[in-house]
Design a protein around this ligand. Structure first.
Ligand SMILES: C[C@@H](N)C(=O)N[C@H](C)C(=O)O
Ligand SMILES: [Zn+2]
Length: 259
């Protein structure tokens, strides 16, 4: 499905990818690498464009000033960042399989075709097409998009009222808004407040949120340009650097799954 932002022009600024490790808490093991997603020798997913990282630092600093009512001081927990197109394609197939399993469908049976089409449509609301066309790259392949959540000071992920990557209405950012309004002391109110805190911290740092996902933010890509009415995006698809990945692995003391 073509997105309204796919027509935004891209003028690549050439900024390099840099590591998030050491500055931000990153989910380990990486959720897609754990599934066997094909990163090959393209390098670590926990990387973003340099200026996008600088903005993320601003978001983290803002969060520190707004403790959670239940768990106190907060930090960002990065779930995924740069993602090659090969992994985008793999994860869409995985999401379709999982969703078929959840609905009790056997996708290989012809009588399930309509139900399978419905699953594919639903998955495509949450996963961008794995397009090889450089004029409409999947957002994470630009190094300008990030999936993240809130964690407490010990690094434990907070309950946000919906699992990361869930295919369903609980992923919509305002899913709990009406329940929160009806009962300000409910769990839904806390989950809604947490989603709002994450959004507020990211927004003041210059990020926009995906319309269907409470955890997905970006700066400088096509979705960002379309949302803030900029005429061009500054980040296009960037491929992992096999040479950089190989040379950095030579200086690491322990082996990495991404090299
Ligand atoms: C589903 C999620 N992890 C994600 O990254 N979605 C966005 C929209 C994408 O596929 O780029
Ligand atoms: Zn995302």
């Amino acid at each position: 499905m073509r997105r309204p932002w796919s027509d935004v022009a891209i003028k690549e600024c050439g900024e390099p990818l840099q590591s998030l490790r050491g500055t931000f808490l990153c989910l380990e093991p990486h959720p897609y690498a754990k599934l066997g997603a094909p990163y090959g020798d393209q390098g670590d997913p926990f990387r973003l464009r340099a200026s996008v990282i600088a903005r993320l630092v601003r978001a983290q600093n803002q969060l520190i000033q707004h403790p959670d009512p239940e768990v106190g001081p907060l930090q960002l927990l990065v779930l995924d960042a740069w993602r090659p197109v090969s992994v985008q394609a793999f994860m869409i197939e995985h999401a379709i399989e999982e969703e078929c399993g959840r609905r009790g469908l056997n996708p290989s049976k012809p009588q399930w075709q309509t139900a399978l089409d419905e699953v594919k449509r639903e998955v495509s609301r949450f996963w961008a097409p794995p397009s090889e066309d450089r004029s409409m790259p999947p957002p994470h392949s630009t190094g300008a998009a990030i999936d993240l959540t809130l964690a407490d000071q010990r690094g434990a992920a907070l309950n946000m009222g919906g699992a990361f990557d869930a295919i369903g209405s609980e992923s919509l950012p305002d899913h709990h808004a009406s329940a929160a309004k009806a009962n300000p002391n409910s769990p839904e109110a806390l989950w809604h407040q947490r989603r709002c805190s994450l959004h507020a911290a990211m927004k003041q740092a210059g990020f926009v949120r995906h319309p269907n996902e409470w955890w997905h933010f970006s700066h400088g890509d096509q979705l960002w340009a379309w949302t803030v009415a900029e005429s061009i995006a500054v980040y296009g698809r960037v491929d992992g650097d096999a040479c950089a990945a190989a040379s950095s692995s030579a200086t690491r003391s322990s082996p990495s799954r991404f090299t």
